[in-house]
Write a protein that binds this ligand. Structure first.
Ligand SMILES: Nc1ncnc2c1ncn2[C@@H]1O[C@H](COP(=O)(O)OP(=O)(O)OP(=O)(O)O)[C@@H](O)[C@H]1O
Length: 271
């Protein structure tokens, strides 16, 4: 009887874990025009395109960068997952593949819902004011005009852009990189996402903003989403994530609870 109860409990726990992202042996390869002896003219570029081999693959002068190598994992609803690893280890590439922006060379990415990638380079329009960008950004994320209107003040307050004067009515190009990153984060974080991926966004804001963002990430998790965070700040990863994936040279070295993975990473990298 007790055994049956135990099994029932375990099944219930398993049921509660709803997968949101599954990566199955994912390989990502960039094809780069790696040479041509420095011939950079438009005619040279055109002739390279014309001469490209019929397979459409890496022809003469093309180089392949194998950025992600056979990565497999399953992410569940409610998890906040940190991605760590040295420069060029494939963290951003993996996120871009999960967002559907890069096709895997082989393997598969399955996602439940539309993942949103919030990168430091996410596109806002530099010539438009912060205000217009909040509105357009909200609409682009699928919010209605009403929702954007309702959330507008909250987004601007969260970003802190107006703390030192009326900056929200100035074009984005007048913002510092930290201010722009804060606004991007604030727009993206205004919505509850199925899967939200944040690439280094926290590293750009000041400490106060980082604390606010970390709080917001915790809230987003409560609303049943899955959050991925790429960061070189081990502090941010510790404060926000309960699970960490450690990538090195495109391979998944370790996947486990934050404490264990961070400890191993710090031991290896001497940080
Ligand atoms: N657009 C691109 N074209 C060609 N190669 C690329 C491109 N973007 C990244 N790479 C290569 O892919 C590899 C992984 O890069 P990626 O940006 O994913 O690493 P990362 O772990 O996010 O690095 P960082 O911590 O420095 O941001 C690197 O070798 C990089 O040179």
């Amino acid at each position: 009887m007790a055994v049956a109860e135990d099994i029932k409990d375990r099944v219930a726990v398993e049921d509660a874990r709803i997968p949101t992202v599954i990566c199955d042996d994912v390989h990502i390869v960039y094809t780069v025009n790696g040479g041509g002896g420095g011939r950079g003219s438009a005619t040279a570029a055109l002739s390279r395109i014309v001469k490209r081999d019929k397979t459409g693959g890496a022809g003469r002068g093309m180089r392949r960068v194998h950025a992600v190598k056979g990565v497999s994992f399953t992410a569940y609803r409610g998890e906040a997952i940190g991605l760590i690893g040295s420069n060029g280890s494939g963290k951003s590439t993996l996120l871009r593949a999960i967002a559907g922006l890069l096709p895997p060379e082989s393997g598969r990415v399955y996602t439940d819902g539309q993942p949103s990638l919030l990168g430091v380079n996410a596109a806002l329009m530099n010539d438009l004011t912060g205000e217009r960008n909040v509105i357009l950004g909200g609409l682009a994320m699928g919010m209605s005009r009403e929702e954007v209107k309702e959330r507008y003040e909250e987004i601007v307050d969260f970003s802190g852009i107006n703390d030192k004067g009326d900056f929200i009515s100035l074009p984005m190009r007048t913002y510092s990189s930290g201010m722009a990153a804060r606004l991007r984060f604030s727009i993206a974080a205004a919505k509850d996402h199925d899967v939200l991926m944040i690439d280094e966004a926290l590293a750009t804001g000041d400490r106060q903003f980082q604390i606010r963002s970390e709080e917001r990430i915790r809230e987003l998790r409560k609303h049943a989403g899955t959050v991925f965070l790429v960061s070189h700040s081990i502090g941010s990863i510790r404060d926000t994530c309960d699970r960490v994936l450690w990538l090195e040279r495109g391979e998944l070295l370790m996947d486990g609870p934050t404490d264990e993975v961070v400890k191993a990473y710090q031991k290896e990298s001497g940080r």
